[in-house]
Design a protein around this ligand. Structure first.
Ligand code: UT7
Length: 325
């Protein structure tokens, strides 16, 4: 059986130059490097410069992914940018990225699923490529969370950072078998009953302001391991793979303890988990492609690797993607 699969042709990432360490933060709020490392695993985060917008981060990451994929921007016909921190309320950050890269055909739009944004965006792009409506897609996760943090709230401002990552997908006919390359399965979920546990207290329609991030970390933590493990298990069942067949586990980078919990519950060996949160904190939709880029640059990922991605975020939203590189 011949089917279209979305094959990952290239990956890229960008982190702003300015680094803020835990020690820098301890001068702003009542916290310590020891507390932040012990509770989350985070050691530093990158902060976008004044005038550096989400689209600038996205364009830099996407450009690197296109160069590595050896694909010209004019051959891209779909741009999806996952972000909760757009440059403007409208138009979509994706159209600014489209123009910035010189992409002139097809469609560009944003996806808002906060930390699950990249998983949602991959799922959406994969469905367009599988149906044949588009052929080559840029899927980006880009955030400037530093702009929506309450820098006086130590329970949240120590956890997040800015960054962007991107992949180029291309539709390629495959055999519909376990050995196929590309995206093999995706699962996305949401449950709006949990909105109050993780949200931003502003918006154009409600307050006419941008607002600040608010989180009940302990409750989010409690839901994370269970919800993420569940959706991963569904993804594995759908494809017939066992957890120990995964070559690389590339999770959303929120908290080292959550990642350890998921890996233990699923039976994924600790050495297969890609961890980059120590370097950039929780970058929301950008964190999976940032980790993918790290795995690529460190040669942890190669053609044929079976890669499992997962995320959970505000909404709640959550999901998983299984792909063969
Ligand atoms: O990507 C979206 C998904 N988000 C997440 O996955 C975040 C999930 N949650 C977490 O990662 C963890 O819950 C946190 C890292 C946010 C917090 O860890 P915790 O073990 O759940 O700590 P806690 O919230 O229960 O707080 C423990 C104590 C509190 O003091 P009391 O009430 O026990 O006296 C806090 O006030 O730590 C205090 N605290 C801090 N102390 C020093 C909170 N923030 C800080 C801080 N420095 N920055």
């Amino acid at each position: 059986m011949v089917i279209n699969r979305s094959v990952i042709r290239g990956v890229g990432a960008y982190l702003p130059k300015k680094v803020m360490t835990n020690h820098d933060l301890a001068k702003l709020v009542d916290t310590t490097d020891e507390w932040i490392v012990a509770r989350s695993g985070i050691r530093q985060r990158h902060i976008a410069a004044d005038g550096e917008n989400t689209s600038d981060l996205a364009i830099a990451a996407a450009h690197q992914a296109l160069v590595r994929a050896k694909i010209d921007p004019v051959d891209i016909d779909l741009v999806i940018c996952a972000t909760a921190t757009p440059d403007r309320t409208f138009p979509a950050t994706a159209v600014r990225v489209q123009a910035g890269l010189g992409v002139t055909k097809g469609a560009a739009f944003d996806i808002q699923a906060v930390c699950s944004g990249f998983v949602y965006a991959l799922t959406t792009a994969d469905n367009f490529l599988k149906t044949g409506q588009f052929r080559r897609a840029l899927v980006i996760g880009a955030e400037t969370f530093s702009r929506i943090l309450d820098w006086e709230d130590r329970s949240t401002c120590v956890l997040f950072g800015d960054g962007a990552g991107a992949v180029v997908l291309e539709a390629e006919p495959q055999h519909g078998e376990r050995e196929d390359r590309g995206i093999l399965a995706t699962r996305i979920r949401s449950d709006g009953r949990y909105e109050d546990l993780l949200y931003v207290d502003g918006g154009p329609s409600s307050t006419k302001t941008v607002g600040h991030l608010r989180m009940n970390g302990r409750e989010v933590f409690r839901h994370a391991v269970q919800k993420i493990s569940g959706v991963i298990e569904e993804t594995l069942v759908a494809t017939g793979f066992a957890a120990d067949e995964i070559d690389l586990f590339v999770p959303h980078q929120a908290n080292q303890r959550i990642l350890n919990g998921i890996a233990k519950k699923l039976g994924v060996a600790p050495e297969k988990i890609v961890i980059t949160l120590d370097n950039h904190g929780n970058t929301s939709a950008a964190s999976i492609p940032l980790a993918l880029n790290h795995a690529f640059e460190e040669h942890l990922i190669k053609e044929g690797s079976l890669v499992l991605m997962e995320a959970m975020g505000g909404g709640f939203t959550w999901g998983a993607v299984l792909a063969r590189w």
